[in-house]
Each structure stands twice: as structure tokens, then as C-alpha cells.
Design a protein around this ligand. Structure first.
Ligand SMILES: *[C@@H]1O[C@H](CO)[C@@H](O)[C@H](O)[C@H]1NC(C)=O
Ligand SMILES: *[C@@H]1O[C@H](CO)[C@@H](O)[C@H](O)[C@H]1NC(C)=O
Ligand SMILES: *[C@@H]1O[C@H](CO)[C@@H](O)[C@H](O)[C@H]1NC(C)=O
Ligand SMILES: *[C@@H]1O[C@H](CO)[C@@H](O)[C@H](O)[C@H]1NC(C)=O
Length: 269
């Protein structure tokens, strides 16, 4: 009984370790699908970006709260100091050891585009990553962080935080480029990306800030239904175990249950 139980534990460990690995990569795949769906559902694709195919997950943390969930409504006061950012590649073998450009833009309310472009709130060249933390000090602050100040009644503004890979160590904006003014803050994101030769876009997230009560009805946005994503995505096998609330994952304990299930069964013997 004892030796066979030991053998069983050993073989279960062998089975469980690829399961842990598979769960993590499925989870990352799911995370990527969810943020993609949020950008689509909120109209950021195509309002701001022609397409969005991230290869890593970006998380932002503002003072006085946890990780910002995609599309989360934040108060203006909470967002006036730059957030901390972390990034995790979908493929764990990817090294995030290059230099990156960080951009935060106000992509306006859903369904509205402005001929003047977006409002640029933050542009940093030469960003580095250490232990998943996005480091902005020691970088080139093209546009210092300025917190959202949407006009009262103008609806829920979508603030996208985007991380681009850089082609060169630093890519200053071309002479005379609007964002060099550092005053009005208007910029065309796609023009900037093109002119500064940055890319590809590797990750992004977004949140919303609204001041007062909207005096119009913004375009409806589509909620992200995780179960649909799972049914059509590669992680369909874990569909039953993953639920999503307000854009947040609530799956960790379920994963643990899947991974630990054989051991729980063993304990019951
Ligand atoms: C799954 O992803 C979420 C959010 O990205 C994370 O908090 C959680 O620890 C991950 N779980 C596993 C098993 O990797
Ligand atoms: C951001 O990171 C710094 C350094 O780790 C820490 O002191 C600070 O409390 C963090 N701020 C937030 C809002 O998480
Ligand atoms: C991760 O990247 C490595 C190296 O590019 C590649 O060989 C591997 O197939 C990738 N894994 C997945 C799950 O995409
Ligand atoms: C740009 O604006 C930021 C914040 O408003 C300020 O700290 C910085 O000195 C300005 N840079 C220039 C070159 O004017």
C-alpha cells in the first residue's frame, strides 16, 4: 500500500507538472483573448487602432487600488499620478529585454473621433523592463504624464495605455511634430507611431474616466463574454472553470482545483 501510494504520487506529479504549465499558457492565451475582445468591444479597434494583436499582458496600478481591469471606470482624482505598470509575455520564453515606447492617449468616447487626433497624456521612449516591471525613469519623457481631465458632460473617455517595441534605442519625434509642443497635447497616434518608427505594439490596456453626467448618448460598447471567447478559442477545455467579473479574472482557485484534484482524491484513499 505505502510503496504503491508513493509510486502513485510520483506518477501524478509527472502528470501534474505539464498541467501546471498548460494551465499557465492557457491562462495567458485567455488573457490575450480577453484584452483583445475588450479593445474590440469598446471600439478602440478601429477608433484608435486598425488592429490589436498583443503578445503580452500589460497591467496598470494606480494609487489606492489593485490592478486596473480593462475598461474600469476610475475617478479623475485617482488617476492624476502616473500608474505603475507590469508586463508579462504570453510566451514565457520571450525575453522583454529591449527598449520600448510607452504611450497613453485619450481615445475619446465610444463612437467619437476627432479630426485633431487624440489627446496624448504620456509618451516615453527608451522604456526598459525589469522583473516584469515597466521602468520609465532614465527614459526620454517626450510627453510627461498628465492625468485625465475630460470635460464635464463629455461622456466616458477611453484612456489607452500602450507599449510598443522600439526599432532603435531612442526614437525622438520628428522636428515640428505636434507633441513636441508639450502644451495642447493633441497628437495622431498612428502618425506618431509611423513618424517615430516604433512598433510593433506588444501590449495594451485601457480604463475610462467620466466627469459629470453625459449630455449625449455615447455609442454602445459590447460587453466581453468570456464563455464565448473560450468556446471558440484554443482554451475551450477549461471553459467551464473560468468566469469573469468586471474584466477581472476569478479563475485562480479553479485552476488550483484542477491541478490539485488528483491529490485530493489521493488524500481521500
Ligand atoms: C492567470 O492570470 C491571472 C491574471 O493575469 C493571474 O492573476 C493568475 O495568477 C494566473 N493564473 C495562473 C494559474 O497562471
Ligand atoms: C509603485 O511602485 C513603487 C515602487 O515599487 C511603490 O513605492 C508604489 O507604492 C507603487 N504605487 C502603486 C500605486 O502601486
Ligand atoms: C514560444 O517561443 C518559442 C521561441 O520563439 C517557440 O519555439 C515556442 O514554440 C513558443 N511557444 C508557444 C506556446 O507559442
Ligand atoms: C512638459 O510638461 C511637463 C508637465 O506639465 C513639465 O514638467 C515639463 O517640464 C515640460 N517640458 C518642457 C520641455 O516644457
Amino acid at each position: 500500500m505505502i510503496p504503491s501510494a508513493r509510486r502513485m504520487i510520483f506518477s501524478l506529479l509527472l502528470i501534474a507538472s505539464p498541467l501546471v504549465h498548460a494551465a499557465q499558457s492557457d491562462n495567458m492565451t485567455l488573457g490575450i483573448e480577453i484584452i483583445r475582445a475588450h479593445f474590440q468591444g469598446a471600439g478602440l479597434v478601429p477608433d484608435l487602432l486598425a488592429n490589436f494583436t498583443p503578445t503580452a499582458l500589460l497591467t496598470a496600478t494606480y494609487t489606492g487600488g489593485g490592478i486596473v481591469t480593462p475598461g474600469q471606470l476610475l475617478s479623475k482624482s485617482r488617476t492624476q499620478t502616473a500608474p505603475n505598470l507590469t508586463i508579462t509575455p504570453a510566451n514565457m520564453t520571450t525575453l522583454l529585454n529591449k527598449e520600448y515606447t510607452l504611450v497613453m492617449v485619450d481615445a475619446w468616447t465610444p463612437g467619437y473621433t476627432d479630426p485633431r487626433g487624440q489627446i496624448c497624456h504620456w509618451i516615453v521612449n527608451g522604456v526598459t523592463i525589469q522583473d516584469h516591471t515597466v521602468l520609465t525613469h532614465g527614459s526620454v519623457q517626450v510627453e510627461h504624464y498628465r492625468g485625465p481631465t475630460p470635460p464635464s458632460g463629455s461622456g466616458p473617455h477611453r484612456y489607452a495605455i500602450l507599449l510598443y517595441a522600439q526599432q532603435f534605442p531612442t526614437v525622438p519625434p520628428p522636428q515640428g511634430f505636434p507633441i513636441q509642443n508639450n502644451v495642447t497635447g493633441f497628437c495622431h497616434l498612428t502618425d506618431y507611431v509611423k513618424a517615430s518608427n516604433i512598433g510593433p505594439l506588444i501590449a495594451g490596456t485601457y480604463f475610462t474616466v467620466e466627469e459629470g453626467v453625459a449630455t449625449f448618448t455615447p455609442s454602445p460598447t459590447s460587453p466581453v463574454v468570456t464563455s464565448t471567447l473560450l468556446a471558440s478559442g484554443p482554451s475551450a477545455s477549461i471553459a467551464g472553470t473560468v468566469a469573469q467579473h468586471n474584466g477581472a479574472f476569478s479563475s485562480s482557485s479553479n485552476y488550483l482545483t484542477i491541478i490539485l484534484a488528483p491529490f485530493l482524491w489521493l488524500l481521500a484513499l
